[in-house]
Design a protein around this ligand. Structure first.
Ligand SMILES: [Zn+2]
Ligand SMILES: [Zn+2]
Length: 278
């Protein structure tokens, strides 16, 4: 089957059964990405050191055997060579005290790409919505942005900052109390720090698929990043199942262009590669 032509041909945020919240076989994710016209794909399974234990299993759901991960993915990289470029990545759950552990982890294995994401705000996952109880959404969003900045001050071993405003997905009234303008001090602080560190951000299409109505971060944030001089931006579906591979990538290309980008970024061996849109 001939692949369709899409403006962005690299899905750099995808989960598989190595993540505690996905059952998708790696092969199924690669096949789906191929079908969507991707030329390269980066598998970025969750690795959250110090995530609260699952009540049923008593275990941290977001840890996996890194050696086996590399063994499986390296095998598939060979097998799919010539059809789709398979890169090996990881999505690290950032918390300020984990800097040293992530430094060791990323030094130990030849990752192509590392996403650093905020999943816990002072130990609480906004996904559970407990953190919103008795508080305004705006208060929690501000806390999430401040926690993101704290992470950036303590952790250096990542390439792009994942889904910057994803906390908004779980707010009681979602985007009602959210705009770039309302949090411009916090968001500018994050964007400037990322640029200073020589790192990038991602355009995560997950927000589009979960009914938020915009990607993460919001296009106003992406535009601001560009204005501040940001150049590195990867695009990821954050798919946890094959149907969501390269989700809304046509839209992602249009958003990047509207925000002033002519290129998107992919990574190999932790080095950015710039690709022309379209
Ligand atoms: Zn994430
Ligand atoms: Zn993810």
């Amino acid at each position: 089957m001939k692949a369709v032509k899409v403006p962005v041909r690299a899905d750099f945020h995808m989960h598989t059964e190595f993540s505690g919240d996905s059952d998708a076989p790696v092969r199924a994710m690669l096949d789906a990405a191929l079908e969507k016209g991707m030329e390269s794909v980066c598998i970025t399974d969750h690795f959250d050191e110090d995530y609260p234990e699952d009540r049923e299993t008593g275990r941290n759901p977001f840890l996996f055997d890194i050696d086996r991960y590399f063994q499986v993915l390296e095998g598939l990289r060979e097998e799919y060579a010539g059809r789709i470029d398979v890169r090996i990545g990881v999505e690290l759950g950032l918390q300020p005290h984990l800097g040293e552990r992530y430094h060791v982890l990323t030094g130990k294995k030849p990752f192509d790409f590392v996403i650093g994401s905020l999943h816990l705000i002072h130990g609480m996952d906004p996904y559970d919505r407990i953190i919103f109880q008795g508080r305004s959404d705006a208060e929690v969003y501000r806390e999430a942005f401040q926690a993101t900045l704290e992470n950036l001050e303590k952790i250096k071993d990542f390439d792009v900052l994942g889904h910057i405003d994803y906390v908004v997905r779980y707010g009681t009234h979602q985007a009602q109390e959210y705009s770039y303008r309302a949090f411009s001090d916090e968001i500018d602080g994050i964007l400037k720090k990322v640029i200073d560190m020589g790192k990038g951000i991602e355009l995560n299409t997950g927000g589009l698929k979960y009914g938020l109505g915009f990607c993460n971060p919001h296009p106003d944030v992406i535009r601001r990043y560009r204005e501040l001089g940001g150049e590195i931006i990867t695009v990821g579906s954050d798919a946890h199942c094959p149907e969501h591979a390269a989700y809304d990538f046509e839209k992602a290309g249009a958003i990047l262009e509207a925000c002033g980008f002519r290129y998107y970024t992919e990574y190999r061996g932790r080095r950015p590669i710039f690709k022309q849109l379209g």
